[in-house]
Design a protein around this ligand. Structure first.
Ligand code: NI
Length: 390
């Protein structure tokens, strides 16, 4: 019965990857298909087995659920290499269960008790040549990577496991890259939203990036060009984390006041600077103040970018009240929303630290504007968009 389910999951995930391959190929990791990799599922209490999850990718239980069992195998292991992947789980109320190996359930998918911690190890020749790294989602954050038999997760304190990440790497290659960033696989069938932060970068941007990284999430930063040179490392880190740096013009000018020529020059100055700092160009732009008219749309069309507005305005810049920002988003959020915040303020970073894990717990994938658009029909230069509904 379990095998049958696996097939369905495999098909679903393959279809999801294919759907994305055309537009999001650049964001997929440099992990060759022939490398040995972990493949795993978690059992979501009250729901069932998760999607199939490939090496070094986060999988987590939906809101209100938690993990009661795991099921793990490998792909691309050469036929003549001995050894396999073994795993042990700590089940709440029982403690550490027996070690299990390759393609056997560990935990209690029929029960109600959550896992509290996990251990993995590789055996035989596989274990001589490869290391296994892993982390669990617990108490709203991903634990530090554990490896080769160490425990990931805190046991005995009533903290449940809500998600899992496993990676197999050649010995000596070091820890795997942080996923959810470059390694993210988006499930187009699940809800997704784009958090956007305007007017930065600033000293508060790093805190938002820390939180995104810890939660395997991404966001889009509509930056003011002339601020970027003060925070070049922050801008480069956005790219490294799979976030999207994008243009809010060079100097926060209202684009409706500019000729086409002046707007082109302004955007080109932004792009040249971004390219010099981080090696990328802005794929979309956000008009300061949200002001746009037919003239500016034509100018954006000839420059080759779409304009992105928003569907939820948190007014974070006005209230400077983290709870008000959190409440605004959680009351209004829907699949396909583009949410407007401003990373100039520490109060916005405070709000983001609450919102990011909470939105994920409610089942939303936090993706960039370009990723959201590519899953929902794409964008055209010179058009403006404020949401991307399914
Ligand atoms: Ni602005």
């Amino acid at each position: 019965m379990f095998r049958k389910r696996m097939k369905k999951f495999l098909f679903g995930v393959a279809a999801g990857i294919l759907a994305l391959a055309g537009t999001a190929a650049a964001s997929f990791p440099a992990f060759a298909e022939t490398d040995i990799g972990a493949v795993y599922w978690i059992y979501d209490h009250g729901i069932g087995w998760s999607r199939e999850t490939k090496d070094n990718t986060y999988v987590q239980a939906p809101a209100g659920s938690y993990t009661t069992a795991i099921w793990v195998t490998l792909e691309n292991q050469p036929a003549d290499m001995t050894g396999t992947i073994a795993y042990q789980v700590n089940l709440s109320g029982t403690g550490w269960l027996e070690w299990k190996e390759n393609s056997v359930e560990a935990g209690d998918s029929a029960g109600d008790m959550p896992l509290e911690a996990v251990k993995f190890k590789l055996t035989g020749e596989l274990g001589e040549q490869y290391d296994v790294y892993y982390s669990v989602l617990q108490n709203g954050g991903w634990t530090e990577l554990a490896m080769n038999g160490e425990a990931a997760g805190v046991e005995g304190q009533g903290l449940r496991v809500d998600g899992l990440r496993v990676a197999v790497r050649p010995k000596g290659a070091g820890a795997p890259e942080t996923p959810g960033n470059a390694g993210a696989v988006i499930d187009p069938s699940r809800p997704m939203i784009a958090l956007t932060f305007d007017d930065g970068p600033s000293a508060s941007t790093s805190r938002i990036l820390d939180c995104l990284e810890a939660n395997g999430a991404r966001a889009t930063f509509y930056m003011v060009g002339n601020r970027m040179n003060s925070y070049p490392d922050t801008v480069r880190r956005m790219v490294a984390l799979g976030c999207e740096p994008a243009s809010h013009t060079w100097n926060h000018v209202y684009i409706t006041s500019l000729s086409a020529e002046a707007l082109h020059g302004n955007l080109a100055q932004f792009d040249a600077n971004l390219e010099a700092i981080a090696g990328v160009r802005s794929k979309t732009m956000r008009p300061p103040g949200g002001f746009i008219n037919n003239g500016s749309r034509q100018a954006l069309a000839s420059y080759g970018v779409p304009a992105v507005l928003w569907s939820i305005d948190t007014l974070d810049w006005k209230t400077r009240n983290p709870q008000a920002t959190v409440t605004c988003v959680l009351n209004e959020v829907k699949d396909g929303d583009v949410i407007l915040m401003h990373d100039l303020y520490s109060t916005t970073a405070d709000a983001a630290e609450t919102l990011i894990p909470e939105l994920i717990a409610r089942g939303y994938q936090l993706v960039t504007v370009s990723e959201l658009a590519s899953c929902r029909g794409g964008m055209q230069a010179g058009q403006s968009y404020s949401q991307f509904r399914p």
